[in-house]
Design a protein around this ligand. Structure first.
Ligand code: ADP
Ligand code: GLC
Length: 499
């Protein structure tokens, strides 16, 4: 059967004028403005890649204090309207800025968004109910009607349903197609059922018919899974994993029901922003031709910066991560003595759960000059750790995609990962017989296997220089850009718009 859609390449090759789509990308964080994790990397880089392919892509995020502090002078005020969502009756002020061909919109509400952190407040449900309604009202206000709304994670899960239910009489809203992307199924936005009348302005029927019911309450994530036209997640392996009870976070049943509309598309990274050849945060720039000298200089500088012993020949293990159970950090903290006994150095950057932070603080104290823990978020230091390390440790218990291992490969640092989700899809383990691979991996979520694999990697570093160099070359040659995946999203949009 012939495809119902025509790809961009086909259109261009036939000499037809290429028609881009208009896409509103809705997220709770996006680079270059505000980031707490990989979602912001994606919301920064994917729209840029789609815009480069000729689409009119616009991104909308809340106007957080962090954006105001750093970027307020770049924003242009559009105007204010009153947003009604259930019992919420509040003004939303819209701002805009354009970066790299992508138009960004910001929704200002002082009480809801001007807080020290982005998430983690008792009224998160109310805050993001307001955000989603304000996004949908914005379309009418600026009179720009996208073909597709691409919503991300639980903070935007209600958008497809709200768009159908709250704007039923306006065909322009009803024409819009909805893509919903799961970046992390564990964060679901589950709230009490009274959220329906109070913050969402939706009738109880959506609870009664079970469509957005979760236990005795409602779920923003489930609403996205049920009402979006297409669902995507950020790697093919995670798309399969979440259909099972082990990884499905109690959403596996509804996901199995929507299996035919679920696509797994692996993330890329912004290879302009993440480029060891031009990265101004590094003391020495390098590429695939001179990485040995380049990485050595960066390693020496980082060892001095972080108070590690300056030894060029010891393998430096890097870890840049949220310190939560998802990331497998307790497998690491449980086995610190064995890892540090391997004649390695260890640089950890991250923040998160108290137990993990305390364990890494203990590690720094116990192994002075050999291990260091920077507790917090530091973009510049992250770049330097990616550039200076030899091994990047990411033993996640589950990982929808993972951006860290992609950054690491781009900087010639070999990822050592557990074979789950996007880590499995992006890291090919070293095969000492064929020389193939761009990193190291183990399968079971088991600290013994992790320690064994670290030991094996360290052995390769010390005793198999040629093999190691081959691996670094392959890692640096690995395509971690958005090129291929942006084309897949494009296919998805075409299929959805049916033209
Ligand atoms: P997740 O989104 O689950 O936290 P990802 O690997 O997808 O994991 O993305 C994490 C992103 O955040 C990466 O770009 C990583 O470099 C960055 N990051 C994580 N922790 C820190 C930190 N403490 N300081 C700077 N960057 C960090
Ligand atoms: C989530 C996931 C991570 C993924 C990121 C971007 O934070 O935990 O695996 O890379 O979203 O999609």
């Amino acid at each position: 059967m012939k495809n119902r859609y025509t790809s961009r390449e086909e259109t261009v090759s036939k000499g037809y004028k290429y028609m881009g789509r208009s896409i509103l990308f809705v997220a709770s964080e996006a680079l270059p403005f505000v980031k707490t994790g990989g979602l912001a990397d994606v919301a920064g880089a994917l729209p840029k890649a789609l815009a480069a392919r000729g689409h009119d892509v616009r991104v909308v995020v809340p106007l957080y204090s962090k954006v105001i502090e750093k970027h307020y002078d770049k924003l242009e005020r559009i105007g204010t309207i009153q947003v009604h969502s259930g019992w919420i009756d509040q003004p939303a002020t819209y701002y805009t800025a354009t970066v790299d061909g992508v138009v960004y919109y910001f929704i200002e509400h002082q009480f809801y968004f001007e807080r020290p952190a982005l998430y983690g407040y008792e009224d998160d449900g109310e805050r993001f109910a307001f955000f989603q309604r304000a996004v949908l009202d914005m379309i009418y206000f600026i009179n720009w009607w996208p073909n597709i709304i691409h919503s991300n994670d639980w903070q935007c899960g209600m958008i497809p349903l709200m768009c159908h239910a709250c704007y039923a009489s306006d065909y322009r809203y009803q024409m819009i197609k909805h893509v919903y992307t799961i970046h992390n199924l564990a964060f679901q936005g589950n709230f009490g059922v009274d959220m329906l009348p109070s913050c969402l302005g939706l009738p109880y029927i959506y609870f009664d018919d079970g469509s957005i019911r979760f236990d005795t309450g409602i779920s923003f994530m489930k609403a996205g899974l049920v009402y979006a036209d297409k669902i995507t997640t950020v790697s093919p392996t995670y798309a399969n994993e979440i259909l099972t009870a082990s990884y499905g976070e109690r959403m596996d049943q509804v996901l199995r029901y929507r299996k035919g509309d679920l696509w797994g598309i692996v993330n890329g990274i912004d290879t302009v922003e993440w480029d060891p050849k031009t990265d101004k945060r590094l003391v020495a720039n390098y590429d695939i031709n001179d990485w040995k000298e380049g990485k050595a200089k960066n390693k020496e500088a980082l060892q001095k910066e972080l108070g590690l012993e300056v030894c060029p020949d010891k393998p430096l293990i890097g870890l840049v991560s949220r310190l939560t159970n998802q990331k497998g950090v307790y497998m690491i903290t449980d086995r610190i003595r064995e890892i540090m006994g391997m004649d390695v150095q260890f640089a950890v950057l991250g923040s998160g759960e108290d137990n993990a932070e305390n364990a890494f603080k203990w590690m720094e104290n116990e192994y002075k000059g050999k291990a260091v823990f920077y507790c917090g978020y530091n973009e510049d230091l992250a770049h330097r750790i990616y550039a200076s390390s030899d091994i990047f440790l990411m033993p996640s218990l589950y990982e929808p995609c993972g951006i860290g291992q992609l950054n690491a490969m781009r900087y010639g640092t070999l990822p050592l990962v557990r074979e789950t989700g996007g880590l499995k899809d992006t890291v090919q383990p070293y095969n000492q017989y064929t020389g193939e691979g761009n990193g190291f991996s183990f399968w079971a979520a088991n600290a013994d296997d992790m320690v064994y694999t670290i030991r094996w990697a360290v052995e390769q570093y010390y005793h198999n220089k040629a093999g190691w160099e081959g691996l670094v070359n392959t890692a640096m040659n690995t395509d971690v850009s958005w090129e291929k995946s942006a084309a897949v999203y494009e296919q998805l949009y075409y299929q959805l718009c049916n033209w």
